[in-house]
Design a protein around this ligand. Structure first.
Ligand SMILES: [Zn+2]
Ligand SMILES: [Zn+2]
Length: 135
């Protein structure tokens, strides 16, 4: 601790001061589109543990109706985090944005009903949910 991370070009850097609270793969269509991949691995953070160190001016936001704001680097396109609309408390950080070992592993697959037809969901023993992970 703390965990550190950032975007691909280095313009955006952040720090997380508490262990990550949970992690999952998301197979939803929005995650497929915005990442160009079959799934996105993200982790929930403990409230208040996220600090943006640099790059506020480089952040772009996609705020689809009925969902979290998806925040990315406008310079390199890297997915960085998601936050609640309105209060902008960071709730989810993209696992791939973290430097080194995030200290947590994805624990479930969500929105598998929308999974990409071209990549089988791995037989990794993790629970699968057709929609959002309950609770
Ligand atoms: Zn960047
Ligand atoms: Zn998703």
């Amino acid at each position: 601790m703390p965990l550190t991370g950032g975007c691909g070009c280095g313009a955006v850097r952040f720090e997380i001061s508490a262990p990550l609270a949970g992690s999952a793969y998301c197979h939803c269509t929005r995650c497929q589109r915005r990442t160009g991949t079959a799934k996105q691995a993200s982790a929930r953070i403990e409230p208040g543990s996220f600090t943006l160190l640099q790059g506020e001016e480089h952040l772009g936001v996609w705020a689809p109706a009925g969902g979290l704001e998806k925040v990315f680097c406008r310079e390199c396109g890297s997915a960085v985090l998601a936050r609640a609309p309105g209060d902008h408390e960071v709730v989810v950080v993209r696992l791939g944005a973290i430097d080194g070992d995030p200290g947590i592993r994805p624990q479930a697959h969500q929105f598998v009903a929308y999974a990409a037809p071209w990549e089988p969901i791995p037989d990794d023993g993790l629970p699968r949910f057709d929609e959002r992970i309950p609770g």
